[in-house]
Write a protein that binds this ligand. Structure first.
Ligand code: PMP
Length: 426
């Protein structure tokens, strides 16, 4: 098997991109910096396979970072989007499709009676926080180290050392004041949560119920239940960011899987079926605070865009019970195969339906400190070796693999063989 990639065209495109786009990309992780190589430029993709502009073909385990649960260029989604586009791409006026999608989402997600659509997960998280602050009359947020909720100022806060720390800006340009209103505690640390809620009055406790932005780090037994109790006692809203877990780990997301119901839910990725769409939702009482029903302002020119709504609906319609059984089987085969391929090497394979992470670490990863202690150099080298063997893993240790319904047992086998060879080449 060939272990070097043709990359002349991608290299040329990257050089040109560097002239006009910061870092050559429109979103940082695409640059593949953290695995020590240049980005590949995509020509096209179908099903679970992706082709770059040099003609290299990969089994794609990134799948646009989560939206493509049905795979690339899915026929039903293409048909729905094409039909929608032929009727006009945007109206800035209501359509029946938006109501259909909202109805379908509220049927699936236990705590969502009503929702508002946005164009990105960042906007949805930002707006959910505004609503939580309006509903509670408070400003402070509790957030977990290693959780990502988009690039909203107040959520781009990094913790210092210690158990519960006041956020400091994680990026130049974030006002110290925005970050300071965010209190950060380690994920899976019940004592830290108890201490934080004893000390502060929060507008919201914000969590990815299955965090997947430090790699996949599932909640410890009872931890989500603790968050629910802590929020209620504190008078804060519990906000689940299900941008990744929604419609993926179960039909109704992590809240259906675990039975722990938040007050507000942030959704994205799968809900837009590969087009720009996201949403936040909750009880009718809370959501009717949003304008024009209520006084909390939030709007969007392209919110509820008919193409994105068509793609989202066509995606959700394919996600029946048998789809989740298939997704679970693919996930399990991939995770087990990676364990086997690793042999006795010091790695941790973590998975839940639709999500997998392989940590280069000799002990379980339960929080961000553990994740940061992984051997990212080894992960980078392993990823480069996988790419050279026609497998496209998430190019960062702090992300998840996204199995889809388009991945076949043959794709899994090819991936496991490449993984074993890539381990041997380290
Ligand atoms: N929340 C979570 C859990 C996410 O993973 C992401 C993006 N990966 C976001 C929010 C932000 O979504 P977007 O990139 O659409 O703004």
């Amino acid at each position: 098997m060939s272990v070097s990639l043709r990359d002349t065209r991608s290299h040329e495109a990257y050089q040109r991109a560097l002239m006009y786009l910061p870092g050559g990309v429109n979103s940082p992780v695409r640059a593949m910096q953290s695995i020590g190589r240049e980005p590949l430029f995509v020509d096209r993709a179908e099903g679970a396979e992706l082709l770059d502009i040099d003609g290299n073909r990969y089994v794609d385990w990134v799948c646009s970072w989560g939206p493509l649960i049905c795979g690339h260029a899915n026929e039903q989604i293409l048909e729905a989007v094409t039909a929608a586009a032929a009727r006009g791409t945007s109206y800035g006026a209501p359509t029946v499709g938006e109501v259909d999608l909202a109805e379908e989402v509220s049927r699936r997600i236990p705590s969502v009676e009503m929702l508002r659509m946005t164009s990105s997960g960042t906007e949805a998280a930002m707006s959910a926080i505004r609503l939580a602050r309006a509903a509670t009359g408070r400003e402070k947020l509790l957030k977990f180290a290693g959780a990502y909720h988009g690039h909203v100022d107040g959520l781009l806060a990094d913790a210092g050392s210690g158990l519960a720390t006041q956020g400091i800006p994680a990026s130049p340009g974030v006002p110290a004041q925005s970050a300071a209103a965010t209190i950060i505690v380690p994920w899976n640390d019940a004592d830290a949560v108890r201490a934080a809620v004893a000390e502060h009055e929060f507008a919201a406790i914000l969590a990815e119920p299955f965090p997947a932005n430090m790699g996949l780090v599932p909640p410890a037994e009872g931890f989500l239940e603790l968050l629910r109790e802590a929020a209620t006692e504190n008078g804060a809203l519990l906000v689940f960011d299900e941008v990744i877990s929604g419609f993926r780990v179960a039909p109704g997301g992590a809240q259906e899987l675990t039975g722990v119901l938040p007050d507000l839910t942030v959704m994205g990725k799968v809900i837009g079926g590969g087009l720009p769409a996201a949403a936040y939702g909750g009880s009718r009482e809370l959501m009717e605070r949003i304008a024009p029903a209520g006084d909390v302002y939030q709007a969007g020119t392209l919110s509820g865009n008919p193409l994105a709504v068509a793609a989202g609906l066509a995606t959700l319609h394919q996600l029946d019970e048998s789809a989740y059984l298939r997704l679970a089987a693919t996930t399990e085969a991939l995770a087990n195969g990676l364990v086997e391929a690793a042999g006795d090497r010091p790695v941790q394979v973590v998975s839940t339906t639709g999500l997998v992470t392989l940590f280069f670490k000799d002990a379980p990863v339960i929080d961000y400190e553990d994740a940061k202690a992984c051997d990212t150099e080894a992960y980078g080298a392993w990823c480069r070796a996988l790419l050279a063997r026609g497998v496209y893993p998430p190019p960062s240790q702090f992300e998840a693999w996204f199995p889809s319904l388009a991945h076949t047992p043959e794709h899994v086998t090819r991936t496991i063989e490449a993984a074993a060879a890539a381990f041997a080449a380290l």
